[in-house]
Design a protein around this ligand. Structure first.
Ligand code: ZN
Length: 280
């Protein structure tokens, strides 16, 4: 099942196009895309038999983040072996956790304003929580995931490395630096939700290509580790980390320039397309 945010309204995406959930459900579900996660199991059940004959063509430019206003946002650093190696850092024993502030959220299409000469790309699988989780064992981790979407953890490396300790949260939270979409796909739609291809390209040149089977901490492991410390809430968002191929890890280093197009894909979900522009 694919659901998400079209022009700020909760939408079901079918073969035929977009179905407005508030209208198709006769008002049973609110139009707010964030509100649905509090009633996720009920929504999935309704979606299975939803009247989809009202599906219409839609403009991809109107797609927004599938979870636009989560109570909590988690982002995981050094979560692929090859990325930790290119960063010259040891593999962590426990997840390295920071946040991406919600004001940086954006949809899967559009422009992103560069904040300087060292803005970098990071394709990431993004998981959204479907039911509250506290002290969840790994083997039950997937039960708490509503679905998966495509994300970019856009990062200003100069801001990130200024000062005595890494400024991950600030450097990765400039406006537009946390795009997700094009929609959320439920875990049951994947042949193996623990082994999904992901990658991104700049002006058509592939720069990152990986598989989530190489995650150091898998999605269910992240649910277990995070829920051991705090309560995960329905609608919370987890950026799960990036594989190798970021610009900072290259020799010479390489960063995004005005006019360049960044295309991001995850197998079984879809693509995002962004263009980088200079500040006005
Ligand atoms: Zn990242």
């Amino acid at each position: 099942m694919r659901s998400g945010n079209l022009a700020g309204r909760l939408t079901l995406f079918t073969e035929g196009g977009a179905v407005d959930v508030e209208r198709a459900s006769g008002g049973r579900f609110d139009a707010d895309p964030q509100a649905v996660y509090a009633r996720w199991a009920e929504f999935v059940e309704w979606a299975a038999t939803a009247p989809v004959d009202s599906a219409v063509a839609f403009d991809a430019a109107e797609l927004g983040p599938p979870a636009p206003r989560p109570a909590q946002v988690f982002a995981i650093g050094l979560n692929y072996r090859d990325h930790a190696a290119e960063a010259g850092l040891a593999l962590p024993d426990a997840p390295v956790v920071f946040t991406k502030f919600v004001s940086s959220f954006a949809g899967p299409e559009g422009e992103i304003v560069l904040t300087g000469p060292t803005v970098d790309w990071e394709v990431e699988l993004v998981a959204v929580i479907g039911t509250a989780a506290r002290n969840v064992p790994v083997e039950r981790g997937w039960e708490h995931i509503a679905g998966l979407t495509v994300g970019q953890d856009v990062s200003d490396r100069t801001v990130q490395s200024a000062g005595p300790a890494p400024q991950f949260s600030l450097a990765k939270s400039f406006p537009g630096f946390s795009p997700t979409g094009p929609w959320l796909v439920t875990p049951d739609a994947f042949a193996d939700p623990d082994d999904i291809a992901l990658g991104c390209s700049i002006d058509g040149e592939s720069v990152q290509k990986g598989r989530t089977s190489d995650l150091v901490f898998s999605v269910p492991q992240l649910v277990a580790e995070l829920s051991a410390a705090l309560q995960l809430q329905p609608g919370d968002v987890i950026f799960t980390g990036t594989p190798a191929g970021v610009g900072m890890g290259r020799n010479p280093k390489r960063f995004l320039a005005a006019g360049q197009r960044l295309d991001t894909f995850i197998e079984g979900i879809g693509e995002m397309h962004h263009r980088f522009v200079s500040p006005a």
